[in-house]
Write a protein that binds this ligand. Structure first.
Ligand code: ADP
Length: 455
């Protein structure tokens, strides 16, 4: 049988209605009985389900509220969790999460307060800047150094820092370059500042720590002036005593003085010579440090200069049974150095080598090219050597491996400090290598003359 589309649509709409009506008629009687008997049950069930559903709904809403409060930083949460169902277990988890979050939050807060108060009590200025170049943290010390008044967080360093030199250093750090240097500023007050700065990890900006070293410099200057003045004042009396002792010594020769007088005079003479050497070295060091010593770097042929310096030690070396030799490599360029300063440097190193060497030891001086633009002069000996632990402090003033032996040999403890300062003043360096029982090598590196005059 072929049924048209219209007929099918009609049947689809009408048939269910008809079916319901037939069913209603058939069960009409039954329905009346059922409704009558089960209405109270039905109402109770609907009421109970409504109450149950709204209670569960309220519990879930409380939990959602609790989660929202935790998200906004309120961890004071205690959800009822004693029913033993799934919702209670969820409540227990939320309660535990709130407790754990609260203790982590308080710990972090305490740590952050501690860091903040450490930064605030620091005498150094501290400034942190984010990747957008905005200040995120700055302490009072930094604000004092910059001369800025009022809040600085959120501003750019340029809006806070008056001194262009300090601003430049901070900008370099922000560009990703670690900075560690001393700068002189005139604003807001004349000062010397040591700036240490480095970019923060993960490109989160940069941190700069600034230390005001003005007072430290003033104290150093005071110490230098004091030493220079004392040495200067002592120089003449010591020279006079030395001359008087020499005259007395010649008298004792003539007057055939007794052994005791001679011994006493020899002691006075030795100690006066020590004092004169000390005053000379202290004054020399003070003059280098204060910048009073004006060096005149000139083209210096080491092959010409060094033999003259060594000549002064030949007799002493011979008397002690030492051999002294010099090698100047043929490709050694002329150095660019102050001849008098170089004379003192090599003289002090040779003096030590001769002083501390044992009979039979060998002292060698070797001048050579050192890289493209430097010359090196090595002063080596096969003497007693120096234990490794002394090497880092060897160039400090008055540092001596064996103070008694140094004094006995007429040392002042200042020779190597003078060497170091003079090398630095000539734009060079000095270093040492040594092994106990094998010997010591001091290497002086100096700038080579880039354009030596042609003959
Ligand atoms: P000093 O006047 O005591 O020689 P220096 O400053 O010249 O003072 O040297 C410091 C110390 O280094 C010396 O006291 C000595 O212990 C040690 N020293 C220097 N040169 C040598 C060397 N060539 N061999 C062994 N020890 C040395």
């Amino acid at each position: 049988m072929i049924v048209s589309l219209r007929t099918r649509l009609f049947l689809a709409v009408v048939l269910p209605v008809t079916l319901v009506e037939i069913l209603v008629l058939a069960f009409g009687q039954l329905r009346g009985d059922i409704i009558e008997g089960s209405l109270p049950l039905f109402v109770t069930a609907v009421g109970a389900s409504w109450w149950f559903a709204s209670r569960e709904d309220r519990r879930m809403r409380r939990m959602a509220d609790a989660a929202l409060r935790m998200a906004s930083g309120d961890f004071n949460i205690q959800l009822p969790d004693h029913r033993g169902d799934d919702v209670s277990r969820l409540a227990q988890s939320l309660n535990r999460l709130a407790d754990a979050s609260a203790s982590t939050f308080h710990r972090l807060e305490a740590e952050s307060r501690l860091v903040r108060s450490i930064i605030e009590t620091m005498r150094e200025g501290v400034m942190a800047v984010d990747q957008d170049g905005r200040i995120t943290l700055v302490n009072d010390a930094m604000l004092r150094l910059t001369g800025h008044r009022g809040a600085a967080a959120g501003l750019s360093p340029a809006e806070v820092i008056l001194a262009p030199e300090l601003l430049q250093a901070i900008r370099e750090v922000l560009e990703g370059n670690p900075v560690s240097r001393e700068i002189s500023v005139t604003r807001p007050l004349p000062a010397t500042l040591l700036v240490n700065g480095a970019p923060l990890a993960d490109g989160e900006g940069a941190l700069a720590v600034v230390h005001d070293t003005t007072e430290l410099h003033r104290l150093h200057q005071m110490r230098r002036d004091f030493v220079a003045n004392v040495s200067h004042e002592l120089r003449n009396p010591v020279a006079t005593i030395q001359a008087a002792v020499e005259t007395l010594a010649s008298f004792t020769e003539e007057t055939q003085a007794g052994d005791d007088e001679r011994r006493l005079l020899a002691t006075v003479s030795r100690q006066t010579a020590r004092m004169a050497a000390l005053v000379r070295d202290l004054l020399g060091l003070a003059r280098i440090e204060s910048g009073q010593l004006v060096l005149e770097p000139r083209t210096t042929d080491l092959g010409d200069l060094v033999p003259g310096i060594m000549a002064a030690f030949e007799a002493q070396a011979r008397d002690k049974g030492l051999t002294l030799d010099l090698t100047v490599d043929s490709d050694t360029p002329p150095g660019l150095c102050d001849a008098s300063a170089l004379h003192t440097v090599i003289g002090n190193l040779l003096d030590n080598a001769v002083k501390y060497a044992r009979p039979g030891d060998r002292i060698s001086v070797h001048a050579r090219l050192d890289g493209p633009a430097r010359v090196a002069i090595e002063v080596s000996d096969t003497g007693p050597g120096i234990a490794e632990e002394h090497l880092p402090r060897l160039f400090e003033r008055f540092y001596r491996v064996d103070a008694g032996r140094s004094r006995e040999l007429g040392g002042t403890g200042l020779g190597l400090a003078i060497v170091k300062h003079l090398c630095a003043a000539m734009g060079g360096t000095v270093s040492v290598k040594s092994a106990v029982g094998t010997g010591t090598t001091f290497t002086v590196q100096l700038p080579a003359d880039p354009e030596p005059p042609h003959n």
